[in-house]
Design a protein around this ligand. Structure first.
Ligand code: PXG
Length: 287
């Protein structure tokens, strides 16, 4: 496996960063998870734009242009002969002296690109639907660590994931600080009620898959609502599903013990899934 590390390709065993890298010491950095399908990097531009926007919020200047970053992602896929894969782009504050002040760093952010595979949930759950719960840890407040920043500081989500798996579930709903449904630990959430597609508006990572599904729904002439969502609404939805680059689109059939709709993947969910699968090989950068 060839890893892109600061402009060079190195073997996996040589792909190493300093123990003084502030990405490791403080979680000071940003990342993206991207998928390619049949030699098309799905929504690459959108992912790279989000990466640079996350970095901008942290006053982390990425030393290469967006165009060069996109080319580096494609080159990493080609070098590894991957046509269907998962790409992890990481940019850290780089090496520095101890102390959390980014000014202690040597102004040389670390850039890493890994091209590999990812399997998130067992295949049968995509066909039969998955059961999830709500976990006690609330999602970070936007005033503190805005969930819109895809930073290397993922402990909030990891807490949620630990609580979910501790109870025997793969994924979980995290609420916002007011008790509204925000998102899952690594996925966005959608409901369908009376033919209307509904997804939370705030306190979330603005998912690229979420955005794709909202556009597909509009094309399918489905009404969409992006707004505050309560757990009560989730419990009483006709259909529910999650979206994410790693998860893609997975139906949810039970939430906190409440059966959703008929307790099996719903017809509109299936329709959106088919449209999404058709989109993945079209909406992106070919290589
Ligand atoms: N919310 C959160 C908190 C996420 O981390 C999403 C929503 C979905 O966003 P996208 O843009 O991917 O549709 C994510 C993304 C992993 C993994 O390793 C997690 C994500 C992406 C890739 C890999 O578990 N989460």
């Amino acid at each position: 496996m060839k890893i892109y590390l600061n402009g060079k390709f190195v073997e996996r065993e040589n792909a190493k960063v300093s123990v003084f890298d502030h990405g490791l010491l403080y979680g000071d950095g940003v990342f993206e998870g991207i998928r390619s399908y049949k030699r098309v990097v799905f929504r690459l531009k959108e992912h790279i734009d989000r990466l640079y926007e996350s970095a901008h919020s942290l006053i982390l200047t990425i030393p290469i242009s967006r165009k060069e970053m996109m080319a580096a992602v494609v080159e990493t896929l080609k070098k590894n002969k991957i046509s269907d894969g998962y790409i992890r782009v990481v940019v850290t504050r780089g090496e520095g002296d101890l102390g959390l002040d980014p000014k202690k760093c040597y102004n040389k952010p670390t850039i890493i690109i890994i091209a590999d595979k990812i399997v998130l949930y067992p295949k049968e759950l995509y066909a039969n639907g998955m059961e999830i719960i709500t976990v006690p840890t609330p999602r970070n407040t936007p005033e503190a660590v805005n969930p819109q920043i895809k930073s290397l500081n993922y402990l909030n989500n990891i807490f949620g994931k630990i609580e979910a798996t501790h109870c025997g579930y793969n994924e979980a709903i995290m609420l916002d600080h007011m008790g509204f449904v925000a998102e899952c630990t690594g996925d966005n959430i959608f409901l369908i009620k009376n033919g209307v597609l509904i997804t939370p508006s705030q306190g979330i990572l603005k998912g690229i898959t979420r955005d794709a599904v909202l556009s597909l729904a509009a094309k399918l002439k489905m009404k969409t609502e992006v707004r505050l969502v309560s757990r009560h609404e989730v419990f009483n939805a006709d259909e529910c599903f999650l979206t994410g680059t790693a998860a893609e689109l997975i139906p949810i059939i039970k939430v906190d013990g409440r059966v959703i709709g008929e307790g099996k993947p719903g017809k509109d969910t299936k329709k959106l899934l088919v449209s999404f699968q058709n989109l993945t090989t079209k909406d992106g950068v070919k290589y």
